[in-house]
Design a protein around this ligand. Structure first.
Ligand code: KIV
Length: 254
């Protein structure tokens, strides 16, 4: 029997097995064309991030993003993907209202084509536990967690002794609970190094230095589609002026 599209994709098991073998690559996509480009380029994980809010929908931050929006964009991404693993963010409000609600939201995202969900923070372990118990892989997210921007501001986490110790403890907790990997955002490189080497599951960094098991970025930042990406982003292209030039060429041509 021919393999179905999802059977050929990388899985949580594949991603776990890459630790200590090679670096894991992860980038965001919110729509069909970008997901197809990333998949064909050979990316390991496509994240349907709730950065969809600021990057794709023009919101001020990720907080207004709804489950329905994440479902629609996960469906679009999933239709394009052949070999990468698709992970979708659980948006703000979907995992803070108890395990029953969280599981129901996670199931909706899996039905939309995600193979795993990502959950920010370690405050709602009961929700994470219920989702994992249902057979859904969970990726944790520690350090700077954008859904807590009203509490944290946009700032580096893990600078004080207390924060450092909390991040280390939370990472261990998430691993113990059964998360298959953890994103670590905006923490000092040395802390990221310590967390990566202390866990058996892969740690995927963003603005966390070079020592993690993998790296994730917002694709629009990587490609220079927006003028002011965060300072830790090493752009691989500067597409904004190129696209504008092409558009102006078209306007002039008619
Ligand atoms: O929503 C997102 O794009 C993310 C990544 C930046 C890690 O969570």
């Amino acid at each position: 029997m021919e393999k179905t599209q999802t059977q050929k994709r990388k899985t949580a098991k594949t991603v776990k097995s890459l630790k200590n073998h090679r670096k894991i690559s992860m980038l965001t996509a919110y729509d069909y064309p970008f997901a197809k480009l990333l998949d064909e380029a050979g990316i390991d994980i496509i994240l349907v991030g709730d950065s969809l809010g600021n990057v794709g929908l023009g919101y001020k931050n990720t907080l207004p993003v709804t489950l329905t929006e994440m479902i629609i964009h996960t469906q679009a991404v999933s239709r394009a993907v052949n070999q990468a693993m698709v992970v979708t963010d659980m948006p703000f409000g979907t995992f803070q209202q108890g395990p029953k609600h969280a599981l129901s939201c996670a199931i909706d995202l899996i039905k939309a084509g995600a193979q795993a969900v990502k959950i920010e923070g370690a405050q709602h372990l009961d929700s994470i536990k219920a989702i994992i118990r249902a057979g859904i892989p969970v990726m944790g997210h520690l350090g700077f967690t954008p859904q807590s921007v009203n509490q944290l501001g946009y700032s580096i986490q893990g600078k004080s002794k207390l924060q450092t110790s909390n991040i280390k403890k939370d990472a261990k907790r998430l691993e113990k609970l059964g998360c298959f990997s953890v994103v670590l955002e905006l923490v000092p490189p040395d802390l990221a190094k310590q967390v990566s080497s202390s866990l058996k599951i892969p740690v995927i960094g963003i603005g966390a230095g070079p020592h993690c098991d993998g790296q994730v970025l917002v694709t629009h930042d990587l490609l220079g589609l927006y003028p002011n990406p965060p300072s830790f982003v090493k752009k691989q292209a500067n597409l904004n002026p190129l696209i504008k030039k092409a558009l102006q060429k078209f306007i002039k041509s008619i």
